[in-house]
Design a protein around this ligand. Structure first.
Ligand code: PRX
Length: 635
């Protein structure tokens, strides 16, 4: 058990040193002792960031579901693996034991096989936060199919792009989804998407909302009868360490979404090891991460990391405001949650509500609080610490990304002293570096720069599906021999890291990564729009909100401006989803551009955040006069 569970700060430093001095020996020991392998590796690591190529545990064979399910059956068969808490608190929660999970995953795996899904095929999963979502991805992993989960808040257009990008032949969805007092017609969205997806042969439909839907003959079929008829055991497909486990799309600063590819062995080892330590998980704890499995946080820290440790993980279908703003605290009290992992945007929204919601609940089961997705501001940190943790539960501010697969910079609770707004220290095995604009590493403390990682860790994404060149160009070109994160960070006097935010054209709104280019493309499709530019501005709940500057075509457009604003947001909702809607839309006659035609977003960002005191030298712009006009009409 040595090194697997870190218990004090000195031990952290010792283990950290060991992990960076001899990473291969370190990860080999973790992999040997804590996982089930069908065959051991020939080589722990080979890598070359210039290609880029990273391989962990080459030659090893395994199935991740044997690690997440089967091996627990002898010791934890009756233990609850998943607690499903439905949207409506009056509907009974489900407790799915490891035995039951095994049965349900095997049945689903057999259904997929019957539908012709084979090792290496891509399966699109477009489901709400119901048990079938976790079960479907595990079933894919059981048979070696690659799952591609698309967050069920994305629009039909966004879904179609993702299905086609990875050539999925089958999609698993539901009739609808419940979100608070709303129900959403998911199947309708899928039907619309599939008009653009000729490759999809089968649609498996979970009955969740009982809403009327259309079932297309020879294509759509209800899932439950197939599951009932399927056999409850399925021999796991034996996978190579570097076989892809899943694709998960994330926004880039330009164009199409990037299908990040994660592989099997390294991802398993790293998510399991980080889960154990970052949440100090102990047998019989109940762990709850409020993310959606449509994002990486849900993949790594609702499904794979917890289950690989034989943990009990909560899946919550609903929203924090339904039936009222006390729902999170109700769920913690009801299931006696020990570790609670959520996003700053949720904390800020809840901190605005009457304190009675928190105070009237028994939160004494809590031991660890987590935060992820964006920088947590000081006020939200203190509110979380005082009112939820009662100053007794350490807050782990975990910095990581879809691309990193697992948590990278974080305190270890009860081990690392925490400081508000600081993600603190690199996790075991992680070697961060701060770079200056010239591309050189800035050594020492009390420095600020662009955050890179110097050395591979087991769960780094291996490529972008179908576009390895883009993978290289996006992450490995700006800083030679380094993985570039796209974030800025500072390192303080004691070596703690604080993430200062994105340094590229990605904006994080309510913890969701949004690229400016796809939103601008959506807006520009509106017939009245000539050009647009999107920037973020500070928002007290969302962290950032979106501000759009829009140039209309010179057609003598006379429509009411508010109608146009609604239409533009409708356009965005259809192309991407409601999460990308703009809070403010300003119509302008031009956009500030450099002489080479590049939009000066720095200026637009300052105007949007009402900080026009120091715009810098605007005289070199192609059209300096437009700046005054934009300032004058700013919203
Ligand atoms: O900018 C960082 C921010 O979220 C980005 C990654 O987003 P995504 O791939 O969607 O993954 C989110 C969940 C892992 C990062 O580049 N970010 C994430 N966590 C933090 C954060 N920024 C500051 N502090 C964090 N704890």
């Amino acid at each position: 058990m040595s090194n697997y569970h870190i218990k004090h700060l000195e031990e952290y430093f010792q283990v950290y040193r060991k992990s960076v001095r001899n990473p291969e020996a370190f990860w080999e020991e973790i992999a040997e002792e804590h996982f089930l392998w069908r065959k051991k590796w020939n080589k722990v690591l080979s890598w070359d960031f210039s290609k880029p190529e990273v391989k962990w545990f080459e030659g090893a064979q395994l199935n991740i579901t044997e690690n997440c399910i089967d091996r627990h059956l002898t010791t934890r068969g009756e233990k609850t693996a998943i607690i499903f808490e439905p949207n409506n608190p009056e509907e009974e929660a489900q407790h799915i034991s490891y035995y039951q999970l095994h049965d349900r995953v095997c049945r689903m795996a057999n259904v997929l096989k019957e539908k012709g899904v084979k090792k290496g095929d891509r399966v699109c999963v477009y489901l709400p936060m119901i048990p079938e979502l976790a079960i479907t991805i595990l079933a894919c992993a059981r048979i070696g199919a690659i799952h591609s989960v698309v967050f069920a808040g994305f629009s039909s257009n966004a879904l179609a792009t993702r299905i086609n990008d990875s050539d999925c032949k089958i999609i698993v969805t539901s009739d609808g989804s419940f979100r608070g007092n709303k129900s959403i017609d998911l199947k309708g969205i899928v039907d619309k998407a599939l008009e653009e997806c000729p490759g999809i042969e089968n649609v498996l439909v979970v009955n969740r909302t009982n809403s009327p839907i259309e079932m297309k003959a020879d294509r759509d079929v209800w899932l439950q009868p197939l599951l009932d008829a399927a056999y409850g055991d399925c021999v796991p497909e034996i996978m190579d360490a570097e076989d892809p486990l899943f694709i998960l799309y994330t926004s880039g600063s330009t164009g199409r979404p990037k299908g990040m590819v994660h592989t099997t062995a390294g991802y398993m080892v790293y998510t399991a090891y980080t889960f154990k330590n970052v949440f100090q998980y102990r047998e019989n704890d109940v762990y709850w991460c409020t993310a959606d499995i449509g994002w990486i946080t849900g993949h790594s820290y609702i499904v794979y990391g917890p289950l690989a440790n034989g943990a009990t993980t909560v899946m919550f279908e609903g929203v924090p405001s339904y039936p009222d703003f006390g729902r999170f605290w109700d769920v913690i009290e009801k299931h006696k949650v020990s570790q609670f992992y959520t996003a700053p945007t949720a904390i800020r929204a809840l901190a605005k509500q009457n304190l009675e919601y928190v105070e009237n609940r028994d939160l004494s089961s809590l031991k660890v609080l987590g935060s992820v997705g964006e920088p947590i501001n000081e006020e939200a940190w203190h509110w979380y610490n005082n009112n939820v943790g009662k100053k007794k539960s350490p807050i782990v501010d975990t910095w990581w990304q879809t691309e990193t697969g697992g948590i990278m910079i974080t305190p270890i609770p009860y081990v690392t002293p925490t400081t508000p707004t600081y993600a603190t220290l690199p996790f075991i095995g992680i070697q961060p570096a701060l770079m200056n604009e010239e591309g050189n590493e800035i050594k020492g403390n009390q420095v600020e720069g662009r955050l890179c990682i110097k050395f591979p860790w087991p769960s780094i994404a291996r490529t972008i599906w179908g576009d390895h060149d883009r993978y290289r160009d996006t992450y490995f070109t700006a800083y030679k021999n380094n993985y570039f994160t796209g974030d800025g960070a500072l390192r303080d006097a004691v070596g703690y890291y604080r993430i200062t935010g994105r340094v590229d054209d990605v904006i994080i709104v309510s913890g969701h990564n949004l690229g400016t280019a796809p939103i601008e493309d959506a807006i520009n499709e509106h017939p009245a729009v000539a050009e647009s530019a999107i920037v973020g501005f500070p928002h007290d709940v969302k962290g950032n909100a979106l501000y759009g500057y829009v140039i209309l075509k010179e057609t003598g457009e006379t429509r009411d401006r508010d109608n146009l604003r609604n239409e533009i947001n409708q356009q965005i909702t259809e192309h991407i989803g409601p999460i990308a809607k703009l809070d403010k839309i300003q119509f302008v006659s031009g956009l500030p551009k450099t002489r080479s035609g590049k939009i000066m977003r720095r200026i637009l960002r300052k105007i949007a955040s009402k900080d026009v005191s120091n715009l810098g030298d605007t005289s070199t712009l192609l059209n300096p006069e437009v700046v005054d006009e934009i300032i004058k009409d700013a919203l």
